[in-house]
Design a protein around this ligand. Structure first.
Ligand code: LFR
Length: 490
């Protein structure tokens, strides 16, 4: 039975999942899992890109040792970050992490050259300080020798794929997240590139998810002692792959891809680039089979992950199940934050930032681990309600419930509170959404599935979905009203 391989690289860890199509549906198996730990060098925060490549090779070796001949592979990762190649095709420096501070204040500087409205009309993409456009503008302004030398820009999965195949392509779903790609012309936007002073020659032809983009290089094949493997460009933005795996039978549907980030939205056939979308900072990211994701980034479990790291640095060990149990026992609705407040974006001591936020809004800061975790999780659930209602207004749809996919659904308390806050059922699964969406696009490309509809229906039959019905409606309605006023959301 043909085995194919999905590499799914998240901001905290990477995994290689093997997928097989059987008469019982999709069967997956984790071949390899590894940490993805950014490295601070002086004032700069980098990704350890070569370590990621090394770990990806370990997965191919693991397959070989088990006698598995991999029939194809695809790579997805977080978006917006990139590597630069010199004229000899070598990588210039280690890619920067999107949470690096070099983009601070850059959006405003770029707006002086091209107003927000015009950038949105050309891209349909939300304004996030870390978008590729602001990273490049920051390098340009700093006179970066790397940028001066660069002949080609490849997004993270493009780059890893290039290391494995020697082929250079920019994949569509990730290209859209740069905020330099025009979805209406389906081209890199020359005007935008000119305004930030970056040459269009850095960008190559854009390939759609599901395109065959080469084979493992002979050097990789001989280093690992394996047969060559065809490589397929999947929806290489992890959120694009996650949404491809949403097991929805209905259309339109609302989803929440829940991990380090919470990405909430709906799938649309064409980008929604009106005043309302601009005003509420919605995005239209490219997806599979000609779709777009009308969505909003919510800060997500990042705040909890950073808080946990802070406790660990202070020498307190705190596994998630313990933290969640403590949160469940802490008093309800005691203190909230707006998870999307800019102060929570950078790595660092979250507890102090949460306390500041609470004091500024007249609340008593959480005390102890249970209260802090409760504050973070309740705030996320309440923010989900706000964003879901905005999506309903913007898209003109009423959704019967919310599909949640991604590792965050292992947090049953968050799933339950999300259902409570939105007042609708949450359908949670699969947890490995991105890797499964990655596999699905490979199967479409290989002709095993007709289209994304068929892929979703097989995913639905293959993976369990846990249903969370909304509870304690009155208490959550009341809490939402108070959260809304407290955070100043309009
Ligand atoms: C999720 C994600 C989001 C993107 C953020 C930064 O992993 O890809 O979609 O906004 O990471 O790249």
């Amino acid at each position: 039975m043909a085995s194919i391989l999905a590499y799914d690289l998240g901001a905290g860890s990477g995994r290689a999942l093997l997928g097989r199509l059987t008469d019982r549906g999709i069967v997956t198996e984790e071949l390899h899992r590894f940490p993805n730990e950014p490295v601070q060098v002086g004032s700069r925060l980098h990704w350890d890109i070569l370590r990621l490549l090394h770990e990806m090779k370990q997965a191919l070796l693991a397959a070989k040792h088990r006698g598995i001949a991999v029939q194809s592979l695809g790579i997805d990762s977080w978006a917006v970050d990139f590597g630069l190649l010199d004229g000899n095709g070598e990588l210039l420096g280690n890619p920067y992490h999107y949470r690096d501070a070099h983009t601070d204040g850059m959006m405003e500087q770029v707006f002086a050259d091209m107003p927000r409205r015009d950038i949105f009309a050309r891209t349909g993409i939300q304004f996030m300080p870390f978008n590729t456009i602001y990273q490049l503008a920051a390098m340009k302004r700093a006179g970066s020798p790397l940028l001066r030398e660069a002949k080609r820009l490849l997004m993270i999965p493009d780059l890893l794929r290039y290391f494995l195949t020697g082929e250079r392509h920019n994949e569509f779903s990730n290209a859209t997240t740069t905020q330099l790609f025009n979805p209406l012309t389906c081209q890199w936007d020359p005007e935008l590139l000119e305004r930030i002073g970056v040459s269009g020659s850095l960008f190559g032809p854009v390939v759609q998810p599901g395109t065959a983009v080469g084979q493992l290089l002979p050097s990789v094949v001989s280093e690992l002692g394996i047969a060559s493997v065809p490589v397929i460009a999947v929806a290489e933005h992890d959120t694009g792959s996650a949404v491809a795996a949403v097991p929805a039978a209905e259309h339109p549907f609302a989803y929440l891809s829940c991990g380090t980030w919470s990405l909430m939205g709906t799938e649309v056939d064409r980008p929604v680039m009106n005043e309302q979308a601009l005003g509420q900072n919605f995005t239209n990211e490219g997806g599979v089979c000609g779709t777009f994701r009308l969505l909003k980034n919510i800060m997500g479990l990042w705040i909890l992950q950073e808080t946990k790291r802070q406790w660990e640095r202070e020498g307190q060990s705190c596994p998630y199940p313990e933290l969640i149990a403590l949160a469940e026992r802490a008093p309800a609705f005691a203190a909230w934050i707006d998870p999307d407040d800019a102060r929570f974006m950078a790595p660092g001591p979250m507890l102090g930032r949460i306390a500041d936020y609470c004091r500024e809004t007249g609340q008593r800061p959480p005390e102890g681990r249970g209260e802090a975790v409760r504050c973070i999780l309740e705030s996320l659930a309440l923010k989900y309600r706000y964003v879901l209602e905005s999506i309903e207004r913007l898209s003109g749809n009423r959704f019967g419930g919310l599909h949640m996919v991604g590792g965050g659904i292992q947090n049953a308390l968050l799933c339950q509170w999300s259902a409570d806050a939105i007042g609708k059922p949450v359908w949670a699964g699969p947890a490995e959404g991105s890797a499964i969406g990655n596999l699905a696009v490979q199967w479409i490309a290989r002709g095993d599935f007709r289209d994304i509809r068929e892929a979703r229906s097989v995913i639905r039959e293959s993976f369990p979905v846990t249903v969370y019905e909304p509870q304690e409606r009155e208490a959550w309605e009341d809490a939402y009203g108070r959260f809304w006023r407290l955070t100043g959301l309009s």
